[in-house]
Design a protein around this ligand. Structure first.
Ligand code: ATP
Ligand code: MG
Ligand code: MG
Length: 554
């Protein structure tokens, strides 16, 4: 469990509980439209809504806002359920679909017509836009605005019966064409769409609009606090107007409360843009480990705990702002620093021969599975005459401040001995092929002689005889611009061409047994996960989730 910080929404709920406004009930909902995969922005809303229900002993509904059949699909419904569950939340029996309310929504529309609060308009979409006016210019009434109740009912019923083509008529709320709030200028609440719906099939050819559907769905489910992002602040008067009109017809009038959406650097946070990346094959699907979808960050190696910690850390407020990607990455580092086994991997190998090491000796060295958790035990790393080290851990001409291996220099082979570089072997092209060292048998880690001499460098290694080859993907940020969708160019111009690099790494033999989604720290490199899709028994594929420290741009 996480420490819970308070915020203005909790204050509102506390006050409601004090005054007894909802009789102590707290019911929230997470209302995605099934038109794409969830992204990390949705995680903020999920953690908020499900978190409040958990903390106040209430319930949180998972509701699909499925009123736009042309863009929606069952695939998305399934993916959304998976992601919410993965994040650790449970809606129990409280799963709902706005489409389940189509009949009720229709009845309420007739009720509004009978009350003189809705009318069928026959202007074209373009005329409606023109008549709506602008911020500085009031709208004009449609010539159809004063149709009689009988005429409106007749037309609306015939709309439902399928007598008219798409766009012939719409149903509009009759509010005020001169309202300073454009959302209140007789918003459209139903449109004609002869299109198959993934749940209701061909039962309907008129579909209700979001603003009309959402508040009624909330009310029918007896939601108490309807939390949404700030863009909906200007829609709140309409939310309240609809429910005021339906007073006595619906069980309650929930309170809409807005909070700032999450904007995260180096990401795009809109399903439309994420779809563009998938369909244009800029990434390998919705769950590409570089995508900031929840399916993507999961495959990348993020844990649900790290995402929940992130949501807690960024908090909830009314002030919109950008959150730095390093905050999300640090949450994963914190989680995995504590929970991931340590292992050795050599990503860019260079062969090193220990000249004075006995030819056939396999000497056992011991490496802790976690440096702060002795109870996790140690594993054996056999040392042999020839080992792999990282190419970057050797420099023929060391730069200033370079404390790793170079000709004549000494370093410690981590968990083993101090070695000294005595010569370098190059190929015909002048590239370094292997390096030769001697070791000091008195300096083994964990023995009395270990500390006799201090060396600054401490490098990892693997016996060439024991190392195993595995596929590793070195992932980096998908965009090379912190605000990819606010630049001068299309956001896709800021894709980072180096965001995915494949390599074959040498690893400890035990890593061959890694299970899908098992996470490790590869010492000195970062945190890696066995890819949940491509890992097979005995043949893992590793994804780099995050480096050990923030090295972006350094
Ligand atoms: P997108 O523009 O990416 O399609 P959306 O808001 O249209 O996002 P919905 O499926 O309608 O997507 O969103 C479901 C819920 O998630 C809504 O309550 C919405 O306010 C919330 N949400 C979406 N994006 C964010 C975000 N970046 N930060 C916080 N909450 C978000
Ligand atoms: Mg939406
Ligand atoms: Mg949207």
């Amino acid at each position: 469990t996480l420490p819970t910080s308070t915020h203005f929404i909790r204050n509102i709920i506390d006050e409601d509980n004090r005054t007894g406004k909802w009789g102590g009930r707290v019911e929230t909902r997470f209302p995605p439209e099934p038109n794409g995969y969830l992204h990390i922005g949705h995680a903020k809303s999920i953690c908020l809504n499900f978190g409040l229900a958990r903390d106040y002993g209430g319930t949180c509904h998972l509701r699909f806002d499925d009123t736009n059949p042309e863009k929606e699909a069952q695939e998305y419904v399934n993916a959304i359920c998976d992601s919410v569950r993965w994040l650790g939340f449970d809606w129990g029996s409280h799963i709902y679909y706005a489409s389940d309310y189509f009949e009720k929504l229709y009845e309420f529309a007739e009720y509004l017509i009978k009350k003189g609060k809705a009318y069928v308009d026959s202007l074209s979409a373009e005329e409606i836009r023109e008549f709506r006016g602008t911020l500085n210019q009031p709208g004009k009434n449609s010539p159809y605005r004063d149709r009689t109740v009988e005429e409106n009912l007749d037309l609306f019923r015939r709309m439902r019966a399928g007598e008219f083509p798409d766009g012939a008529h719409v149903l509009r709320a009759k509010i005020d064409m001169t309202s300073p709030n454009i959302n209140m200028r007789d918003p459209v609440i139903y449109r004609i769409r002869h299109i198959h719906h993934q749940r209701t099939g061909d039962q309907w050819c008129i579909y209700p609009m979001y603003d009309y559907t959402h508040c009624i769905s909330d009310a029918l489910e007896r939601i108490t606090h309807s939390l949404c992002t700030l863009e909906f602040e200007d829609h709140r008067p309409l939310y309240d107007w609809v429910l005021d009109q339906l007073e006595g017809q619906v069980p309650c009038h929930p309170q809409q409360i807005e909070f700032a959406r999450l904007n995260l650097t180096f990401c795009v946070m809109s399903k439309r843009k994420l779809i563009e990346l998938v369909e244009g094959r800029f990434v390998d699907g919705w769950d590409d480990p570089r995508m900031n979808t929840l399916a993507g960050v999961r495959r990348r190696g993020f844990t649900p705990e790290s995402i929940r910690l992130f949501a807690e850390r960024i908090g909830i407020s009314k002030a919109g702002s950008w959150i730095d990607m390093t905050i999300l990455e640090d949450c994963l580092r914190e989680d995995l620093n504590e929970h991931a086994l340590r292992r050795i991997a050599v990503l860019k190998p260079l062969k090193l021969v220990i000249d004075n090491f006995p030819e056939d000796l396999e000497e056992e060295c011991y490496a802790p599975n976690h440096p702060q958790k002795p109870e996790w035990g140690k594993r054996v790393l056999p040392l042999t005459k020839t080992v792999y080290i990282e190419r970057d851990d050797f420099m023929e001409v060391p730069s200033k401040g370079y404390f790793r291996l170079s000709p004549g220099a000494e370093v410690r082979l981590r968990y083993a001995y101090i070695i000294k570089c005595v010569s370098v072997v190059k190929n015909d092209q002048g590239e370094i092929e292997e390096i030769h060292c001697t070791y000091d048998p008195e300096t083994k880690s964990g023995t009395a002689g270990a500390d006799t001499r201090k060396v600054k460098g401490n490098i990892h290694w693997l016996s060439t005889k024991h190392a195993q080859s595995v596929e590793v993907r070195i992932y980096d940020r998908l965009f090379n611009h912190p605000y990819p969708d606010t630049g001068d160019k299309d956001f896709k111009a800021y894709l980072n061409p180096h965001s995915k690099q494949m390599t074959t790494a040498h690893v400890e033999p035990s890593l061959l047994e890694a299970e899908a989604e098992q996470r490790f720290q590869f010492e000195r490199h970062g945190y890696f996960v066995a890819d949940r899709v491509e890992t097979q028994p005995g043949k893992p594929v590793f994804n780099r989730a995050v480096t050990l420290r923030d090295t972006w741009g350094k």
